[in-house]
Design a protein around this ligand. Structure first.
Ligand SMILES: Cc1cc2nc3c(=O)[nH]c(=O)nc-3n(C[C@H](O)[C@H](O)[C@H](O)COP(=O)(O)OP(=O)(O)OC[C@H]3O[C@@H](n4cnc5c(N)ncnc54)[C@H](O)[C@@H]3O)c2cc1C
Length: 387
């Protein structure tokens, strides 16, 4: 992808502390924390806001601690019951033994709400505005959009798995895998989140309830991308007896974590899926997007205040607080999705395992705390006598 700023002459308007590209959870969190600290910030999103994002919308309640506003207006449902199944049969029910239930959100509402909180602190938000290129000139960025240009001291690339910013800023190609969601309207009042193994090879299906329906998501975590995501979701919905006449199918790439990488360059940071932070075992991406957006804002605030190491420290913080645990998530994914039948039997079906997985998803436990034992059990299932 070429960066049009390399060739075009632009007339720049105004100078702001930071331009944030993308208004998803990473961009929204970054804008909020910058604006709250009195920094001038402009957010661009190519979609008209609020916008739909292909996502099941399961959010760890742990994220609430990073914001000083109340998320309850945009929590569609809370869930503390989980049902695991193998091809919709052989169910295992678990109750979340966590301090708060999981949040189920509609992304169009959730993401826009965060951006509106940023606006209330002075952030300028332009939906329906595509960033066409960026160029560093002198001591600032020139950000070219289809509605005009802006100059910024710093840039945060939060343009997600399909955005061009990482490439324009000189970062290498990221590995993307395809994910899909079937949105099924329903008047059921099912309180369970459901996770099904066995229908999709090298991955799983997650069926999350919202007020008014289910967001049934899937994706794969190893091997070649599965091209039959739609068939798998339709098979699941039909086995569950759901009425799919009004269902809508969406696909979207995911940037799962593969390895720690540098996330800063001259006066610019990558956050959220642009930084490839989604969990390679579960595809959880909202929590790391919010976390990295917040940390990116703090780093830029520090840099504006004269801390010359602030941007480099951002890379280190994300590696230490997220990347190190993702190494374990990736190890688990590599073995679990290779032998999901064994994983279901020796892992998912154990009450203690479900309890731990729930705690990981709620941010109350790290993979590092449990992965060694889990890997041993999975290997024990493969190698009789071990584990
Ligand atoms: C099928 C599926 C199911 C998922 N389910 C879950 C789940 O249940 N829970 C969970 O935690 N995670 C889930 N995820 C992951 C989660 O959706 C993402 O990790 C999350 O959206 C990443 O947030 P972000 O802010 O980094 O990027 P995004 O939310 O993708 O936002 C990026 C924004 O940048 C904008 N943009 C792109 N290019 C430009 C440009 N040139 N100019 C201006 N704007 C631009 C886009 O329009 C977009 O609004 C799922 C993902 C998939 C694919």
């Amino acid at each position: 992808m070429t960066n049009p700023m390399d060739t075009s002459a632009s007339t720049a308007i105004n100078l702001v502390d930071c331009v944030v590209v993308g208004s998803g959870p990473a961009g929204g969190a970054a804008a909020y924390h910058l604006a709250k600290r009195g920094r001038s910030v402009v957010v661009f999103d190519r979609d008209v806001l609020p916008r739909y994002k292909t996502c099941s919308g399961g959010v760890s309640p742990a994220v609430g601690a990073w914001f000083d506003f109340d998320f309850s207006p945009v929590i569609s449902k809370t869930v503390n019951q989980i049902r695991y199944t193998w091809k919709v049969g052989d169910p295992v029910d678990a109750t979340l033994n966590t301090s708060e239930p999981m949040w189920m959100v509609n992304r169009s509402e959730f993401d826009h709400y965060i951006v509106q909180q940023a606006q209330s602190h002075g952030a300028e938000v332009h939906g329906g505005t595509t960033v066409l290129g960026v160029k560093f000139k002198g001591d600032r960025w020139l950000v070219k959009t289809d509605k005009g240009d802006v100059q910024a001291k710093y840039v945060i690339a939060a343009d997600g798995a399909t955005g061009p910013m990482a490439k324009w800023l000189g970062f290498g190609d990221r590995e993307v895998r395809m994910g899909a969601v079937l949105e099924v309207p329903s008047q059921d009042n099912n309180p369970n989140a459901q996770f099904d193994f066995g229908i999709i090879k090298n991955g799983f299906i997650w069926c999350l309830p919202k007020a008014g329906g289910y967001s049934i998501g899937t994706g794969t975590f190893r091997g070649k991308d599965n091209e039959d995501l739609k068939d798998a979701l339709l098979e699941y919905a039909s086995l569950k007896g759901l009425n799919i006449t009004q269902a809508k199918f969406h696909t979207h790439p995911m940037c799962l974590w593969t390895e720690d990488q540098q996330l800063h360059t001259r006066n610019a940071l990558l956050a959220g899926e642009t930084a490839g932070l989604s969990d390679p075992f579960t595809a959880e991406g909202i929590r790391p997007a919010l976390f990295s957006g917040m940390k990116a804002a703090l780093a830029i605030d520090g840099s504006l205040a004269g801390d010359s190491q602030a941007l480099a420290n951002y890379t280190t913080i994300i590696q230490q607080e997220w990347g190190q645990d993702m190494i374990w998530a990736q190890k688990l994914a590599n073995i679990f999705y290779r032998v999901p039948g064994i994983g279901y039997k020796v892992g998912v079906k154990r009450p203690s395992a479900t309890d731990r997985l729930c705690k990981i998803m709620c941010g109350e436990l790290k993979y590092a705390d449990v992965a060694n034992r889990a890997l041993k059990r999975l290997s024990g299932g493969l190698i009789p006598g071990l584990g």
